[in-house]
Design a protein around this ligand. Structure first.
Ligand code: ADP
Length: 479
Protein backbone atom coordinates (compact mmCIF):
# COMPACT_ATOMS: atom_id res chain seq x y z
CA UNK A 1 0.00 0.00 0.00
CA UNK A 2 2.90 2.38 0.73
CA UNK A 3 5.33 3.33 -2.01
CA UNK A 4 8.07 3.10 0.61
CA UNK A 5 7.14 0.45 3.21
CA UNK A 6 10.32 1.20 5.18
CA UNK A 7 8.59 4.35 6.42
CA UNK A 8 6.42 2.20 8.62
CA UNK A 9 8.48 2.25 11.81
CA UNK A 10 7.15 0.61 14.95
CA UNK A 11 9.89 1.26 17.51
CA UNK A 12 10.91 4.32 19.48
CA UNK A 13 13.92 6.41 18.48
CA UNK A 14 16.60 7.10 21.08
CA UNK A 15 20.09 8.36 20.26
CA UNK A 16 19.71 7.34 16.63
CA UNK A 17 18.70 3.76 17.52
CA UNK A 18 15.29 2.22 16.98
CA UNK A 19 14.31 0.83 20.38
CA UNK A 20 11.88 -2.09 20.71
CA UNK A 21 11.19 -1.91 24.44
CA UNK A 22 9.88 -4.82 26.52
CA UNK A 23 6.18 -4.40 25.87
CA UNK A 24 4.18 -3.57 22.74
CA UNK A 25 0.80 -1.95 22.10
CA UNK A 26 -1.63 -1.94 19.20
CA UNK A 27 -2.34 0.93 16.85
CA UNK A 28 -5.97 0.75 15.70
CA UNK A 29 -7.66 2.03 12.54
CA UNK A 30 -10.58 4.13 13.85
CA UNK A 31 -12.56 3.53 10.65
CA UNK A 32 -12.56 -0.26 10.90
CA UNK A 33 -11.45 -1.10 14.43
CA UNK A 34 -8.76 -3.36 12.99
CA UNK A 35 -5.18 -3.50 14.17
CA UNK A 36 -2.66 -1.64 12.01
CA UNK A 37 0.57 -2.36 13.83
CA UNK A 38 2.03 -3.15 17.18
CA UNK A 39 4.53 -0.64 18.43
CA UNK A 40 7.01 -0.28 21.28
CA UNK A 41 5.48 0.62 24.62
CA UNK A 42 8.25 2.70 26.17
CA UNK A 43 8.21 4.29 29.61
CA UNK A 44 10.18 6.33 32.16
CA UNK A 45 13.45 4.40 31.73
CA UNK A 46 13.59 5.04 27.99
CA UNK A 47 12.45 8.64 28.49
CA UNK A 48 15.41 9.24 30.79
CA UNK A 49 17.73 7.67 28.23
CA UNK A 50 16.30 9.94 25.53
CA UNK A 51 16.87 13.04 27.67
CA UNK A 52 20.48 11.99 28.31
CA UNK A 53 21.02 11.34 24.60
CA UNK A 54 19.52 14.69 23.66
CA UNK A 55 21.70 16.53 26.13
CA UNK A 56 24.81 14.74 24.85
CA UNK A 57 23.92 15.64 21.27
CA UNK A 58 23.28 19.28 22.10
CA UNK A 59 26.83 20.80 21.97
CA UNK A 60 27.54 19.53 18.46
CA UNK A 61 24.10 20.53 17.19
CA UNK A 62 24.26 24.06 18.56
CA UNK A 63 27.81 24.42 17.25
CA UNK A 64 26.67 23.97 13.65
CA UNK A 65 26.21 27.20 11.79
CA UNK A 66 22.64 28.33 11.25
CA UNK A 67 23.15 27.68 7.56
CA UNK A 68 24.16 24.07 8.23
CA UNK A 69 21.05 23.51 10.33
CA UNK A 70 19.04 25.24 7.60
CA UNK A 71 20.37 22.76 5.02
CA UNK A 72 19.39 19.74 7.13
CA UNK A 73 15.93 21.14 7.83
CA UNK A 74 15.40 21.91 4.14
CA UNK A 75 16.31 18.34 3.31
CA UNK A 76 13.78 17.13 5.90
CA UNK A 77 11.14 19.41 4.34
CA UNK A 78 11.87 18.01 0.88
CA UNK A 79 11.66 14.42 2.13
CA UNK A 80 8.34 15.09 3.89
CA UNK A 81 6.91 16.49 0.65
CA UNK A 82 8.44 13.74 -1.50
CA UNK A 83 6.67 11.22 0.75
CA UNK A 84 3.41 13.17 1.01
CA UNK A 85 1.32 10.27 -0.32
CA UNK A 86 2.76 7.69 2.05
CA UNK A 87 2.61 9.97 5.07
CA UNK A 88 -0.98 10.85 4.16
CA UNK A 89 -1.86 7.16 3.94
CA UNK A 90 -0.28 6.37 7.28
CA UNK A 91 -2.17 9.30 8.81
CA UNK A 92 -5.55 8.38 7.37
CA UNK A 93 -5.07 4.79 8.53
CA UNK A 94 -4.32 5.62 12.15
CA UNK A 95 -6.20 8.92 12.58
CA UNK A 96 -9.17 8.58 10.24
CA UNK A 97 -9.20 11.93 8.43
CA UNK A 98 -10.02 11.75 4.70
CA UNK A 99 -6.94 11.13 2.55
CA UNK A 100 -6.98 14.53 0.78
CA UNK A 101 -7.16 16.20 4.20
CA UNK A 102 -4.31 14.02 5.46
CA UNK A 103 -2.15 14.95 2.48
CA UNK A 104 -3.07 18.56 3.15
CA UNK A 105 -1.80 18.17 6.69
CA UNK A 106 1.48 16.75 5.38
CA UNK A 107 1.97 19.90 3.29
CA UNK A 108 0.90 22.08 6.23
CA UNK A 109 3.17 20.19 8.64
CA UNK A 110 6.09 20.33 6.21
CA UNK A 111 5.58 24.08 5.75
CA UNK A 112 6.77 24.64 9.34
CA UNK A 113 9.98 22.79 8.60
CA UNK A 114 10.62 24.96 5.55
CA UNK A 115 9.67 28.12 7.44
CA UNK A 116 11.91 27.45 10.43
CA UNK A 117 14.75 26.29 8.18
CA UNK A 118 14.62 29.84 6.83
CA UNK A 119 14.14 31.43 10.25
CA UNK A 120 17.20 29.57 11.56
CA UNK A 121 19.30 32.07 9.62
CA UNK A 122 17.50 35.00 11.23
CA UNK A 123 17.99 34.28 14.92
CA UNK A 124 19.72 37.62 15.26
CA UNK A 125 21.04 39.17 18.43
CA UNK A 126 20.99 42.89 19.17
CA UNK A 127 23.37 45.71 19.91
CA UNK A 128 22.00 48.45 22.13
CA UNK A 129 22.77 52.11 22.59
CA UNK A 130 25.05 52.58 25.53
CA UNK A 131 24.51 55.08 28.35
CA UNK A 132 28.21 55.12 29.15
CA UNK A 133 30.94 55.63 26.52
CA UNK A 134 33.20 53.09 28.27
CA UNK A 135 30.59 50.36 27.89
CA UNK A 136 28.98 48.38 25.07
CA UNK A 137 25.69 46.54 25.40
CA UNK A 138 24.63 43.53 23.37
CA UNK A 139 22.11 40.69 23.41
CA UNK A 140 22.94 37.14 22.33
CA UNK A 141 20.15 34.73 21.50
CA UNK A 142 21.13 31.19 22.33
CA UNK A 143 19.35 27.82 22.20
CA UNK A 144 17.51 27.07 25.43
CA UNK A 145 18.59 23.42 25.71
CA UNK A 146 16.84 20.06 25.63
CA UNK A 147 13.21 20.50 24.59
CA UNK A 148 10.28 18.16 25.17
CA UNK A 149 7.25 18.04 22.88
CA UNK A 150 4.02 16.29 23.89
CA UNK A 151 1.59 16.18 21.00
CA UNK A 152 -2.03 15.15 20.31
CA UNK A 153 -3.60 12.76 17.80
CA UNK A 154 -5.71 15.24 15.80
CA UNK A 155 -2.76 16.57 13.77
CA UNK A 156 -0.30 13.68 14.02
CA UNK A 157 2.35 15.44 11.91
CA UNK A 158 1.80 19.19 12.06
CA UNK A 159 1.74 19.42 15.85
CA UNK A 160 5.14 17.76 15.87
CA UNK A 161 6.79 19.83 13.14
CA UNK A 162 5.42 23.07 14.60
CA UNK A 163 7.42 22.37 17.77
CA UNK A 164 10.37 20.35 16.53
CA UNK A 165 11.32 22.50 13.52
CA UNK A 166 11.82 25.73 15.53
CA UNK A 167 13.63 23.82 18.28
CA UNK A 168 16.06 22.30 15.78
CA UNK A 169 16.41 25.60 13.94
CA UNK A 170 17.34 27.33 17.18
CA UNK A 171 19.97 24.69 17.93
CA UNK A 172 18.06 22.60 20.47
CA UNK A 173 17.66 18.80 20.61
CA UNK A 174 14.19 17.34 21.26
CA UNK A 175 12.42 14.48 22.94
CA UNK A 176 9.00 13.94 21.34
CA UNK A 177 6.12 12.12 23.03
CA UNK A 178 3.46 11.70 20.32
CA UNK A 179 -0.10 10.71 21.13
CA UNK A 180 -0.37 6.97 21.71
CA UNK A 181 -3.28 6.81 19.24
CA UNK A 182 -1.18 8.09 16.31
CA UNK A 183 2.47 7.07 16.75
CA UNK A 184 3.05 5.83 13.18
CA UNK A 185 2.97 9.26 11.50
CA UNK A 186 5.37 10.59 14.13
CA UNK A 187 7.79 7.72 13.62
CA UNK A 188 7.69 8.05 9.84
CA UNK A 189 8.45 11.77 10.16
CA UNK A 190 11.34 10.96 12.51
CA UNK A 191 12.70 8.40 10.05
CA UNK A 192 12.70 11.11 7.36
CA UNK A 193 14.52 13.46 9.73
CA UNK A 194 17.19 10.80 10.22
CA UNK A 195 17.45 10.40 6.43
CA UNK A 196 17.76 14.17 6.13
CA UNK A 197 20.84 14.09 8.31
CA UNK A 198 19.54 15.10 11.74
CA UNK A 199 22.27 13.61 13.97
CA UNK A 200 21.69 10.84 16.52
CA UNK A 201 20.20 12.17 19.76
CA UNK A 202 18.96 15.43 18.25
CA UNK A 203 15.52 13.91 17.59
CA UNK A 204 14.25 11.24 19.98
CA UNK A 205 10.76 9.75 19.94
CA UNK A 206 9.22 8.07 22.97
CA UNK A 207 6.02 6.21 22.15
CA UNK A 208 4.11 4.59 24.96
CA UNK A 209 0.75 4.13 26.64
CA UNK A 210 1.65 5.52 30.05
CA UNK A 211 1.57 9.19 29.10
CA UNK A 212 1.40 10.46 32.70
CA UNK A 213 4.57 8.54 33.65
CA UNK A 214 6.47 9.66 30.53
CA UNK A 215 5.22 13.21 31.04
CA UNK A 216 6.31 13.21 34.67
CA UNK A 217 9.89 12.29 33.74
CA UNK A 218 10.00 15.08 31.14
CA UNK A 219 8.58 17.62 33.60
CA UNK A 220 10.77 16.58 36.54
CA UNK A 221 14.00 16.65 34.54
CA UNK A 222 16.38 19.49 35.24
CA UNK A 223 17.99 18.87 31.86
CA UNK A 224 14.77 19.51 29.93
CA UNK A 225 14.56 23.31 29.74
CA UNK A 226 11.45 23.71 27.62
CA UNK A 227 8.19 21.81 27.36
CA UNK A 228 5.80 22.39 24.51
CA UNK A 229 2.41 20.72 24.79
CA UNK A 230 -0.65 20.65 22.57
CA UNK A 231 -3.70 18.97 24.01
CA UNK A 232 -6.46 19.41 26.54
CA UNK A 233 -6.54 22.25 29.04
CA UNK A 234 -6.93 19.64 31.76
CA UNK A 235 -3.60 17.95 30.95
CA UNK A 236 -1.99 21.34 30.29
CA UNK A 237 -2.75 22.38 33.87
CA UNK A 238 -1.16 19.18 35.20
CA UNK A 239 1.98 19.73 33.13
CA UNK A 240 2.23 23.38 34.17
CA UNK A 241 2.08 22.39 37.84
CA UNK A 242 4.59 19.60 37.29
CA UNK A 243 7.02 22.00 35.59
CA UNK A 244 6.97 24.51 38.46
CA UNK A 245 9.71 22.86 40.55
CA UNK A 246 12.21 23.05 37.67
CA UNK A 247 10.92 26.45 36.46
CA UNK A 248 10.71 25.19 32.91
CA UNK A 249 9.79 27.41 30.02
CA UNK A 250 6.39 26.34 28.77
CA UNK A 251 4.46 26.60 25.53
CA UNK A 252 0.87 25.38 25.85
CA UNK A 253 -1.65 25.06 23.05
CA UNK A 254 -4.77 23.98 24.89
CA UNK A 255 -8.50 23.67 24.31
CA UNK A 256 -10.69 26.17 22.53
CA UNK A 257 -14.39 26.93 22.38
CA UNK A 258 -14.40 28.88 19.15
CA UNK A 259 -17.30 31.21 18.39
CA UNK A 260 -18.31 31.71 14.76
CA UNK A 261 -20.49 34.81 14.37
CA UNK A 262 -22.58 35.67 11.33
CA UNK A 263 -23.79 39.28 11.29
CA UNK A 264 -26.74 40.64 9.33
CA UNK A 265 -24.43 42.29 6.79
CA UNK A 266 -22.47 39.08 6.07
CA UNK A 267 -22.27 37.32 2.73
CA UNK A 268 -24.38 34.34 3.81
CA UNK A 269 -23.16 31.88 1.18
CA UNK A 270 -19.56 32.67 2.10
CA UNK A 271 -20.42 32.30 5.79
CA UNK A 272 -21.92 28.86 5.14
CA UNK A 273 -18.77 27.79 3.29
CA UNK A 274 -16.58 29.17 6.07
CA UNK A 275 -18.67 27.48 8.77
CA UNK A 276 -18.34 24.14 7.04
CA UNK A 277 -14.58 24.54 6.59
CA UNK A 278 -14.13 25.57 10.19
CA UNK A 279 -16.59 23.22 11.87
CA UNK A 280 -16.32 19.93 10.01
CA UNK A 281 -12.64 19.71 9.16
CA UNK A 282 -11.18 16.57 10.73
CA UNK A 283 -14.79 15.66 11.68
CA UNK A 284 -14.81 18.60 14.08
CA UNK A 285 -11.75 17.39 15.96
CA UNK A 286 -9.50 20.44 15.96
CA UNK A 287 -8.96 23.00 18.69
CA UNK A 288 -9.81 25.80 16.24
CA UNK A 289 -13.05 24.22 14.99
CA UNK A 290 -16.07 26.48 15.39
CA UNK A 291 -17.81 25.16 18.50
CA UNK A 292 -20.60 27.73 18.86
CA UNK A 293 -22.19 29.35 15.83
CA UNK A 294 -24.02 32.65 16.36
CA UNK A 295 -26.28 34.11 13.67
CA UNK A 296 -27.96 37.50 13.89
CA UNK A 297 -31.75 37.69 13.93
CA UNK A 298 -32.13 39.08 10.40
CA UNK A 299 -30.16 36.25 8.74
CA UNK A 300 -30.62 33.44 11.24
CA UNK A 301 -33.24 31.42 9.36
CA UNK A 302 -31.53 31.81 6.01
CA UNK A 303 -28.13 30.86 7.45
CA UNK A 304 -29.26 27.73 9.30
CA UNK A 305 -31.32 26.54 6.33
CA UNK A 306 -28.43 26.89 3.89
CA UNK A 307 -25.96 25.41 6.35
CA UNK A 308 -28.14 22.38 7.07
CA UNK A 309 -28.73 21.79 3.35
CA UNK A 310 -24.99 21.69 2.64
CA UNK A 311 -24.14 19.64 5.70
CA UNK A 312 -26.77 17.06 4.77
CA UNK A 313 -24.81 16.42 1.57
CA UNK A 314 -21.50 15.66 3.30
CA UNK A 315 -20.28 12.12 2.83
CA UNK A 316 -19.40 10.12 5.94
CA UNK A 317 -17.13 7.10 5.66
CA UNK A 318 -13.69 5.56 5.61
CA UNK A 319 -11.14 8.28 4.88
CA UNK A 320 -9.68 6.20 2.07
CA UNK A 321 -12.97 6.16 0.13
CA UNK A 322 -13.44 8.60 -2.73
CA UNK A 323 -15.47 11.71 -1.91
CA UNK A 324 -15.60 11.15 1.87
CA UNK A 325 -15.45 14.43 3.79
CA UNK A 326 -16.20 13.17 7.31
CA UNK A 327 -14.15 10.29 8.66
CA UNK A 328 -14.55 8.39 11.92
CA UNK A 329 -14.05 9.96 15.31
CA UNK A 330 -10.86 8.95 17.05
CA UNK A 331 -12.37 6.90 19.87
CA UNK A 332 -15.63 5.58 21.20
CA UNK A 333 -15.51 8.15 23.99
CA UNK A 334 -15.48 10.92 21.36
CA UNK A 335 -18.61 9.48 19.72
CA UNK A 336 -20.33 9.31 23.10
CA UNK A 337 -19.47 12.94 23.83
CA UNK A 338 -21.09 14.15 20.61
CA UNK A 339 -24.15 12.02 21.37
CA UNK A 340 -24.33 13.50 24.85
CA UNK A 341 -24.13 17.06 23.51
CA UNK A 342 -26.86 16.37 20.95
CA UNK A 343 -29.17 14.76 23.55
CA UNK A 344 -28.61 17.61 25.99
CA UNK A 345 -29.31 20.23 23.32
CA UNK A 346 -32.49 18.49 22.21
CA UNK A 347 -33.69 18.18 25.80
CA UNK A 348 -33.21 21.94 26.24
CA UNK A 349 -35.14 22.92 23.12
CA UNK A 350 -32.61 22.49 20.31
CA UNK A 351 -33.97 21.47 16.94
CA UNK A 352 -31.97 18.97 14.87
CA UNK A 353 -32.01 20.22 11.26
CA UNK A 354 -29.77 17.48 9.90
CA UNK A 355 -27.85 14.54 11.34
CA UNK A 356 -28.05 13.91 15.06
CA UNK A 357 -27.41 10.18 14.97
CA UNK A 358 -24.51 7.93 15.75
CA UNK A 359 -23.72 5.59 12.87
CA UNK A 360 -22.10 2.16 12.92
CA UNK A 361 -18.62 2.02 14.45
CA UNK A 362 -17.01 5.32 15.37
CA UNK A 363 -18.92 7.46 12.91
CA UNK A 364 -21.34 10.27 13.72
CA UNK A 365 -23.56 12.11 11.26
CA UNK A 366 -22.58 15.73 10.64
CA UNK A 367 -25.19 17.61 12.61
CA UNK A 368 -26.74 21.07 12.72
CA UNK A 369 -28.88 22.10 15.69
CA UNK A 370 -30.95 25.29 15.62
CA UNK A 371 -32.32 27.22 18.61
CA UNK A 372 -29.18 26.64 20.67
CA UNK A 373 -29.12 28.36 24.05
CA UNK A 374 -26.50 29.31 26.63
CA UNK A 375 -27.62 26.67 29.14
CA UNK A 376 -26.67 23.80 26.80
CA UNK A 377 -23.44 21.82 27.24
CA UNK A 378 -22.39 22.89 23.73
CA UNK A 379 -22.19 26.49 24.94
CA UNK A 380 -19.44 25.81 27.44
CA UNK A 381 -17.79 22.51 26.48
CA UNK A 382 -15.71 21.82 23.40
CA UNK A 383 -17.67 19.12 21.49
CA UNK A 384 -14.69 18.00 19.36
CA UNK A 385 -17.03 16.38 16.89
CA UNK A 386 -19.22 17.18 13.86
CA UNK A 387 -21.94 19.12 15.68
CA UNK A 388 -22.82 22.74 14.87
CA UNK A 389 -25.18 24.39 17.34
CA UNK A 390 -26.51 27.72 16.07
CA UNK A 391 -27.41 30.42 18.61
CA UNK A 392 -29.55 33.48 17.77
CA UNK A 393 -28.55 37.02 18.77
CA UNK A 394 -29.87 40.56 18.23
CA UNK A 395 -27.10 43.10 18.80
CA UNK A 396 -23.38 43.28 18.10
CA UNK A 397 -22.61 43.68 21.81
CA UNK A 398 -24.72 40.64 22.66
CA UNK A 399 -22.66 38.53 20.22
CA UNK A 400 -19.36 39.83 21.58
CA UNK A 401 -20.41 39.15 25.18
CA UNK A 402 -21.58 35.64 24.36
CA UNK A 403 -18.42 34.90 22.35
CA UNK A 404 -16.21 36.01 25.24
CA UNK A 405 -18.20 34.19 27.93
CA UNK A 406 -15.75 31.31 28.18
CA UNK A 407 -12.51 30.45 29.94
CA UNK A 408 -11.00 29.73 26.51
CA UNK A 409 -9.50 32.12 23.98
CA UNK A 410 -7.93 30.35 21.02
CA UNK A 411 -9.67 30.89 17.67
CA UNK A 412 -12.75 32.97 16.82
CA UNK A 413 -14.44 33.79 13.53
CA UNK A 414 -16.94 36.30 12.26
CA UNK A 415 -18.57 37.29 9.00
CA UNK A 416 -19.48 40.93 8.33
CA UNK A 417 -18.88 43.56 5.63
CA UNK A 418 -19.20 46.83 7.53
CA UNK A 419 -15.69 48.15 8.16
CA UNK A 420 -16.62 49.79 11.46
CA UNK A 421 -18.11 46.56 12.74
CA UNK A 422 -15.13 44.54 11.53
CA UNK A 423 -12.79 46.84 13.43
CA UNK A 424 -14.88 46.89 16.62
CA UNK A 425 -15.50 43.17 16.78
CA UNK A 426 -11.88 42.25 15.92
CA UNK A 427 -10.71 44.40 18.81
CA UNK A 428 -13.32 43.15 21.27
CA UNK A 429 -12.92 39.40 20.82
CA UNK A 430 -10.73 37.96 23.59
CA UNK A 431 -8.99 35.44 21.39
CA UNK A 432 -5.48 34.79 20.11
CA UNK A 433 -6.78 34.32 16.57
CA UNK A 434 -9.64 36.03 14.72
CA UNK A 435 -10.76 34.78 11.31
CA UNK A 436 -12.69 37.54 9.51
CA UNK A 437 -14.75 36.36 6.54
CA UNK A 438 -12.83 33.11 6.47
CA UNK A 439 -13.00 29.77 8.23
CA UNK A 440 -9.39 28.81 7.52
CA UNK A 441 -6.73 30.60 9.51
CA UNK A 442 -3.66 28.42 10.08
CA UNK A 443 -0.52 29.19 8.09
CA UNK A 444 3.11 28.82 9.03
CA UNK A 445 3.97 32.51 8.85
CA UNK A 446 1.31 33.60 11.38
CA UNK A 447 1.53 33.32 15.18
CA UNK A 448 -0.81 30.56 16.34
CA UNK A 449 -1.85 30.47 19.98
CA UNK A 450 -4.43 31.34 22.56
CA UNK A 451 -5.16 33.71 25.41
CA UNK A 452 -6.89 32.97 28.76
CA UNK A 453 -6.95 29.23 29.51
CA UNK A 454 -6.25 28.27 25.90
CA UNK A 455 -2.55 28.47 26.49
CA UNK A 456 0.78 30.22 26.55
CA UNK A 457 3.15 31.19 23.77
CA UNK A 458 2.84 31.19 20.00
CA UNK A 459 3.77 28.65 17.37
CA UNK A 460 4.73 29.36 13.78
CA UNK A 461 5.82 32.83 12.55
CA UNK A 462 9.07 34.48 13.56
CA UNK A 463 7.77 34.50 17.15
CA UNK A 464 7.69 30.71 17.15
CA UNK A 465 11.48 30.62 17.13
CA UNK A 466 11.73 32.88 20.20
CA UNK A 467 10.26 30.10 22.35
CA UNK A 468 13.43 28.10 21.87
CA UNK A 469 15.96 30.91 22.32
CA UNK A 470 17.14 32.51 25.53
CA UNK A 471 18.37 36.09 25.57
CA UNK A 472 21.71 36.77 27.13
CA UNK A 473 22.54 40.38 27.87
CA UNK A 474 26.22 41.29 27.60
CA UNK A 475 27.38 44.42 29.38
CA UNK A 476 30.94 45.04 28.27
CA UNK A 477 32.88 47.59 30.33
CA UNK A 478 36.31 49.15 30.23
CA UNK A 479 36.24 49.80 26.49
P1 ADP B 1 -6.65 15.03 23.68
O1 ADP B 1 -7.92 15.48 24.31
O2 ADP B 1 -6.26 15.76 22.45
O3 ADP B 1 -6.47 13.54 23.61
P2 ADP B 1 -4.78 15.02 25.81
O4 ADP B 1 -4.42 16.23 26.55
O5 ADP B 1 -5.45 13.91 26.55
O6 ADP B 1 -5.60 15.59 24.63
O7 ADP B 1 -3.53 14.37 25.08
C1 ADP B 1 -2.57 15.10 24.38
C2 ADP B 1 -1.22 14.47 24.61
O8 ADP B 1 -0.93 14.50 25.99
C3 ADP B 1 -1.10 13.00 24.21
O9 ADP B 1 0.20 12.77 23.70
C4 ADP B 1 -1.28 12.27 25.52
O10 ADP B 1 -0.67 11.01 25.53
C5 ADP B 1 -0.58 13.21 26.45
N1 ADP B 1 -0.97 13.12 27.87
C6 ADP B 1 -2.18 12.80 28.40
N2 ADP B 1 -2.13 12.85 29.73
C7 ADP B 1 -0.87 13.21 30.08
C8 ADP B 1 -0.17 13.45 31.32
N3 ADP B 1 -0.78 13.34 32.49
N4 ADP B 1 1.12 13.81 31.25
C9 ADP B 1 1.74 13.95 30.07
N5 ADP B 1 1.16 13.75 28.89
C10 ADP B 1 -0.13 13.39 28.88
Amino acid sequence: MLKDPTLLKTDGLIDGQWVKGKARFDVIDPATGSKLADVADLGPKETKAAITAANAAWPAWRALTAKQRHAILMKWFQLLMANQDDLGRIMTAEQGKPLPEAKGEVAYGASFVEWFAEEAKRAHGETLQTSDPTKRLAVLRQPIGVCAAITPWNFPLAMITRKVAPALAAGCPVVIKPAELTPLTALAAAELAVRAGVPAGVINVIIGTDAPAIGKVLCDSDTVRHLSFTGSTEVGRILMAQCAPTVKKLALELGGNAPFIVFDDADIDAAVEGAIASKYRNAGQTCVCANRLYAQDGVYDKFVKKLAAKVAKMKVGNGFDEGVTIGPLIEDAAVKKVGKHVADAVKKGGKVLTGGEKLKGQFFQPTVIANATADMLVATEETFGPLAPVFRFKTEQEAIDAANATIFGLASYFYARDIGRITRVSEALEYGIVGINTGIISVEQAPFGGVKQSGLGREGSSHGLDEYLEMKYLCIGDI
